[in-house]
Design a protein around this ligand. Structure first.
Ligand code: G3P
Length: 217
């Protein structure tokens, strides 16, 4: 399963990339607004250069024609750029247009299996179902991942399931068990994956025993 980092924070991106842990980046307007200064295309290029993999950059327009125009500009920033469009009627049309031009597209804000079907029909490279936001309203976010997996497998769609809005490590574990293609994680959740109290306790005991023996390597 691919792991993407869900942030526009370059220091977090470089930290995770330096550890060899991430396969790409996803951003959205809210995440970019937290860190943006000046010309955002400069920041987008730096993010694309910091990782060896897809970087989702979202359009801001809501009509097909302007989405396509913005999408072309985003795609031209770097070969890693993937155009992110919302799952609306215009977004699906823009997805079809951009895919026909050879661009990669991530269709975002997916909350139902029927939406995921249409994104696949529109040729989306990635579909981004939002798990946590469904859980937030007493929905079943993980059931959506499972159902999309089944539908895509039933019909041989090659759109990759990019599970998004993941809030804690068990979301990631469940995505792996279901067979999501990719998970995008906030930096905090990425680092939580590595943490285990028994690892810390065991390491402390190893070092204490070693010191007590007074041995040198
Ligand atoms: O990639 C989408 C993700 O950033 C949304 O996460 O936690 O704002 O629902 P959240």
């Amino acid at each position: 399963m691919k792991i993407f980092l869900d942030t526009a924070d370059l220091s977090e991106i470089r930290r995770a990339a330096d550890a060899g842990l991430i396969d790409g980046i996803t951003t959205n307007p809210s995440l970019v607004a937290k860190v943006a200064e000046g010309d955002v295309s400069v920041m987008y290029r730096e993010i694309c250069e910091a990782v060896d993999g897809p970087v989702s950059l979202e359009v801001l327009a809501v009509d097909r024609e302007t989405m396509v125009t913005e999408g072309r500009k985003l795609a031209a920033i770097h070969e890693n750029a993937v155009v992110k469009v919302p799952l609306t009627e215009d977004g699906l049309k823009a997805c079809s247009d951009l895919v026909a031009e050879g661009h990669k597209v991530n269709v975002t804000l997916c909350f139902s299996v029927s939406q995921a079907l249409l994104a696949a029909k529109a040729g989306a490279t990635f579909i981004s179902p939002f798990v946590g936001r469904l859980d937030d309203i007493s929905g079943e976010g993980m059931q959506l991942i499972s159902q999309i997996r089944q539908v895509y497998d039933n019909y041989g769609f090659d759109t990759e399931i990019l599970a998004a809005s993941l809030r804690h490590p068990m979301h990631v574990v469940e995505c792996m068990l279901i067979g999501a293609d990719c998970c995008t994680l906030p930096p905090k959740v990425l680092w939580q994956l590595s943490s285990h109290p028994l690892t810390d306790k065991g390491l402390a005991a190893f070092l204490k025993d070693w010191d007590a023996a007074g041995t040198a390597i």
